[in-house]
Design a protein around this ligand. Structure first.
Ligand SMILES: [Zn+2]
Length: 103
């Protein structure tokens, strides 16, 4: 094979594998973007002084095993970032349900 042709084929191959790599990152980036939008929405919905409480809740939730979160929820306590540890009053919490589904 001629040298230039060979060089061209090599570059083409490299570009294709790079493209494949970039494409494989796409779902990951999309999920990050969704998460980002969700977090922004949540933090916008909160008054400034509650943000710290939510962050503290998040840290607490991370330290609790999933089974225990499920049990806590079944016993009638919030396991979501917004109201962690507080009794659920209205029967169900969409945030808790969403959180447990995602885990
Ligand atoms: Zn909740």
């Amino acid at each position: 094979m001629r040298q230039l042709t060979q060089a061209f084929l090599e570059v083409e191959e490299k570009l294709l594998s790079l493209l494949e790599e970039v494409r494989s990152l796409r779902p990951y980036i999309e999920s990050l973007e969704e998460e980002n939008i969700r977090l922004k929405r949540e933090s916008c919905a909160l008054p400034q002084n509650e943000t710290e409480r939510v962050i503290a809740n998040a840290a607490q939730i991370e330290g609790v095993a999933h089974d225990n979160l499920v049990r806590l929820y079944k016993e009638g306590f919030h396991v979501c970032h917004l109201h962690f540890g507080q009794p659920i009053e209205a029967g169900a919490c969409l945030f808790c349900a969403g959180f447990l589904r995602r885990e």
